[in-house]
Design a protein around this ligand. Sequence first.
Ligand SMILES: Nc1ncnc2c1ncn2[C@@H]1O[C@H](COP(=O)(O)OP(=O)(O)OP(=O)(O)O)[C@@H](O)[C@H]1O
Length: 361
Amino acid sequence: MPHIDIRGITKRYGDATILDGLDLHIRDGEFLTLLGASGCGKSTLLRLLAGLELPESGDIRRNRQSILAQTPSERDCAMVFQSYALYPHMTVGANICTPLLMRQLSFWQRLPLVRHASPAVRRARAEIEQSGRKVAQALGIDHLWERKPSQLSGGQRQRVALARAMVRKPSLFLFDEPLSNLDANLRQSLRGDIRALHRQLGVTFVYVTHDQHEAMSMSDRVAVMKNGQILQLDTPEALFQRPVSKEVASFVGSPQINILSLQSLPEDAGQAAPAAAVEVGVRPHQFLWQAASNTWPVKVRVQSVEYAGSEKIVAARTANQEHITVMADATQPAREGDAPTLYIHPAQAMFFDAQGRRVEA
Ligand SMILES: Nc1ncnc2c1ncn2[C@@H]1O[C@H](COP(=O)(O)OP(=O)(O)OP(=O)(O)O)[C@@H](O)[C@H]1O
């Protein structure tokens, strides 16, 4: 299967530069997610890959061959959208089988009269239906075969859209926020389905989302994007543990990482920190409620406590009026107005310089 090389791609709409000399190498068969806030250019990049847009400069190569001159249908990719994009007048079965009918039968062979008259066409259609039903079965929607899209739930519609993309066996799947219209439970279950699909098919998936949880839980690698550029491309673990900057650190992990000025910490913290460090990043789960050896104390005042089942989300303020979020065990007796001392383990802290770049301890 071909890898994809995106080199120096620039895309403009009018005066606005959406992608600015972007480079990206997509490996064979990987699940790569483009993660970024709304408007950062993720969908534009996906549309360029699909051939729905052309760049002003730069190149996209598959297996070292430029694909810019190829039409969308020549690119052997399937796209799944947030809006499902199903044909409303067709049944589920017809929606799933249409890509194969279009590819394998000529215009004349698709006409109803020929369909009934020609045994060869009847046979081809039966084979197509069999392939479609197999995919529908794999996605648990074969019992909906005769229904129209309007008679389906959002999750079922997205499964039909997935089946329609799968049936052609493309070598590249492009997903543009496919789960955004679904409720939390359905999103969770479809995340699992899409991940399983990737394992089963072994082809390249490029997935666009602004949901860091979705990106971190599904992908082999994630490209964090901002203003048409990639801030960091790495595995989910590396993004979480070794972000290149404060910006990336703030983008991954929920609740967000806390960024404190080094001045909020005792003097020995300043001495232990790298020389260039001006800020320290502490994840909400990393605060300790009791002192341990070699920990740094931070005095805080609790502003509010939110119950989240087995945990509490504590919002607090440091003496320097910096807001922090702390995840605590549900048994932790933290109450609004309390003024506890929390502790930070230096080995777990991240340090950032004045430009927001992470510096090694
Ligand atoms: N056809 C177009 N004409 C003009 N501007 C466009 C067009 N398509 C997108 N844009 C602009 O390009 C920028 C990037 O859009 P894009 O859809 O790639 O962002 P995104 O990161 O996918 O955001 P979202 O998550 O909201 O879809 C936005 O400011 C958008 O308004």
